[in-house]
Write a protein that binds this ligand. Sequence first.
Ligand SMILES: Cc1cc2nc3c(=O)[nH]c(=O)nc-3n(C[C@H](O)[C@H](O)[C@H](O)COP(=O)(O)OP(=O)(O)OC[C@H]3O[C@@H](n4cnc5c(N)ncnc54)[C@H](O)[C@@H]3O)c2cc1C
Length: 269
Amino acid sequence: MRTRHVRALVLGAGPAGYTAAVYLARAGLKPLVLTGIQPGGQLTTTTEVENYPGFADPIQGPWLMDQMAAQAAHVGAETVFDTVVSVDLSVAPFRLETDDNEIFTCDALVIATGAKARWLGIPMEKELSGFGVSACATCDGFFYRNKEVAVIGGGNSAVEEALYLANLASKVTLVHRRSSLRAEQILQDRLFAHPGISVIWDHIAEGFAADISGPVPVVRAVELRHAVTGTRSELPINGAFCCHRSRSGDGALPRSGRHRCRWLHRDSC
Ligand SMILES: Cc1cc2nc3c(=O)[nH]c(=O)nc-3n(C[C@H](O)[C@H](O)[C@H](O)COP(=O)(O)OP(=O)(O)OC[C@H]3O[C@@H](n4cnc5c(N)ncnc54)[C@H](O)[C@@H]3O)c2cc1C
């Protein structure tokens, strides 16, 4: 195993990692960015991004991340395409082992391993992701102004997303598989008080139906099954938000000791 020491190491090559790298490089700390299995992070999986400042027109996610990588390189950050599989934060300098059997030690470590949305894993969800199916209301809600959307879930994330969407969409339907929500009471109170939101109780979202009449398939309905009677139905919508709590990478990293980075092996959204 080869060992290499750097002053500042950034774990993760998404927007957060490259932002840290730019600042560290400009502070003269010669950072090294370890990309993990998804160089560029989550934005490489999307097409149009229109909420980053500085761009009048929508930009492509992968292009934006190429620009961030180039900017980090321009100011002196080094990027290594490797994944950390274990860390030892109980020693100084910190010690990290990678998939390629390298050992990195560093005086400062920035953990920017992101978070991943938890998708429902139901039929047509992946195929229609970006075509009416989304896991992020703040990212995509804008596209559903004055349209009808469904939010699937019953926890804090789902209720927060429904409340956010209610400011944009003409109608929001929360679909929940149980007869009560898990969300905090204050969020439930806001949800029930909102005239633009209705709830479909005891229904399981089993899949999405697509409208295939246009150049690309787009979602047209959520396929539902009643949790008790088993009766099947469709809820016509223009957009659907699959809102389960996102999985955090860095939150899974304890502060000290030697730890396996188990989050690495979790499914992506
Ligand atoms: C389909 C989709 C569309 C989106 N659209 C928008 C949008 O339009 N606007 C918007 O603002 N946001 C959008 N988002 C959200 C946005 O992508 C995230 O908020 C953002 O990417 C988070 O950045 P991050 O740097 O914290 O983490 P991430 O982008 O998740 O990057 C995490 C990085 O950590 C790396 N990593 C993880 N574990 C390890 C390890 N053990 N060793 C080394 N590296 C590791 C990964 O490989 C990756 O490079 C979208 C997300 C998705 C999935």
